[in-house]
Design a protein around this ligand. Structure first.
Ligand code: DLL
Length: 429
């Protein structure tokens, strides 16, 4: 464990620490961020009303639209002279979301990423092949800082230029790699295409995140690259990668949220009311220690559940894998659909690979989804049994009828280095 004192802190002590940090945070943002002062004053809320995390529900949510309305710097709680770095997340519409860090924020960023890397299997003295993009995206520099702090040698490859990635993975012998899960799929396939046996590579651990993924992709990547692959989650608004991380010895049981810094809630997406542990809803974070860009109850739009795992090594709360973003959720003939649900069904059927995409189109007045999915090479793409099997399983588990189109291997677009969109919406709104 990178920081056992914190990572194994008894829950009572952790709660006391969170409460103390929350009070200080609320006072700070009330005094320094006009947006929060106005929000509190409007509903007659006073910082003194927030004494513990139990009081959080009194505070309104902060949403992406609030960040846009305060573009670029109005939510910063520190003067520019104290800001040491600025990142931005592109988003699909409109202006990017701009976030800032003081030196202390960068130290926290390094700390949570160092904890995460350790949790994933990395150790001081190992080398990290860092294939997250460097730049305004938080992935590259975020992992870089944490790996340096842990005592690793960082190879700052950044995303893309796949041929070069393959060479570096072979020649520089990194023990750990990190990139998006879809890019790990690409790398694994490119090794296979060239007949390179990944058993001969030094790489043992892959730290994958920045987009939703399921066990289907884990199995493909682990077999293809001969690594242990774990999930890292995060978002620029909260800090970047390292908000939560799965332990390599606890795969499939969820990711630890570093809750001494990021207090999580899961709320109902329609009512905003808190949901009990284990129930799925929208993940909301309060940044307990952030100085430059503190957020109260930030509505991430990400759908998951949170819960304490009694059998876990650490005391911190865990989150389930993200099912999708509520703003990316498709509503097809009244049924809510995330692409990860289709990915899970594909995983249950032999001879199908988790290289797929969903095409959404109009069929008359109705919206319809077509699943394009690649088969393994020995299978004919006109295999009706396979098509019927997938169609029926999707109908049974998701409740929607979808058209199925089997594709030959390598015919569906791959990640070129970053996040991959698995939905092609042809409805033309
Ligand atoms: O994606 C930060 C990051 C970099 C995380 C590298 C992990 C590794 P943004 O570009 O601001 O930041 O995008 C954040 O990506 O709200 C989720 O919707 C999604 N996301 C991030 N990690 C995961 C994950 C980075 N492990 C948005 N599983 C978030 C599912 C993820 N979705």
């Amino acid at each position: 464990m990178y920081n056992p004192k914190i990572e194994k802190m008894p829950l009572e002590a952790l709660r006391a620490l969170q409460n103390e940090r929350l009070s200080a945070l609320v006072n700070r943002v009330y005094q320094t961020v006009r947006f929060y002062k106005k929000q509190f004053d409007q509903i007659g809320l006073h910082p003194a009303d927030i004494r513990s995390v139990e009081d959080l529900h009194k505070i309104p949510f902060t949403k992406k639209s609030d960040l846009r309305a305060n573009y670029p710097y109005q939510l910063f709680a520190k003067p520019m002279a104290e800001i040491r770095r600025i990142h931005a997340s592109s988003g699909t519409t409109g202006k990017p979301t701009v976030v800032g860090y003081t030196q202390k924020d960068l130290d926290v960023f390094d700390e949570v990423v160092a904890r995460s890397l350790y949790c994933a299997g990395a150790r001081p003295g190992m080398k990290l092949h860092n294939a997250y993009g460097y730049g305004l995206f938080t992935g590259g520099l975020g992992m870089h800082g944490g790996a340096t702090k842990l005592g690793m040698a960082v190879i700052p490859v950044s995303g893309g230029m796949t041929e070069r990635q393959l060479t570096i993975l072979q020649d520089f012998a990194p023990e750990v790699m990190c990139c998006t899960p879809s890019y790990a799929q690409t790398l694994s396939e490119e090794f296979a295409k060239r007949g390179i046996d990944t058993k001969d590579l030094a790489v043992k651990y892959a730290v994958l995140g920045a987009e939703p993924w399921t066990e289907a992709i884990r199995q493909q990547v682990e077999a293809g690259l001969q690594v242990d692959a774990t999930n890292i989650y995060g978002l620029s608004e909260i800090i970047g990668p390292g908000v939560s991380q799965e332990d390599v010895e606890e795969k499939g049981t969820g990711s630890y949220i570093w809750e001494d810094h990021f207090f999580p809630e899961v709320v109902d997406k329609d009512t905003g009311l808190a949901l009990p542990y284990g129930e799925e809803g929208v993940l909301v974070f309060t940044t307990l220690t952030k100085e430059a860009f503190p957020l109260l109850r930030y509505w991430t739009n990400d759908i998951c559940s949170i819960y304490y795992d009694k059998n876990a090594k650490r005391t911190h709360i865990k989150m389930s894998p993200i099912k999708g973003r509520s703003d990316d959720m498709l509503i097809i003939r009244g049924v809510n659909l995330f692409h990860t649900q289709v990915e899970e069904v594909i995983h249950q059927i032999a001879f199908l690979s988790p290289n797929y995409r969903l095409i959404v189109e109009k069929k008359g007045a109705m919206d319809a989804v077509r699943v394009e999915v690649e088969t393994s090479k020995e299978i004919d793409i006109n295999n009706q049994d396979l098509i019927n099997n997938l169609r029926q399983k999707i109908k049974d588990t998701i409740g929607l009828s979808m058209d199925i189109e089997l594709k030959v291997p390598h015919s569906i677009p791959r990640s070129q280095g970053g996040k991959l969109s698995r939905i092609l919406d042809k409805r033309g709104r």
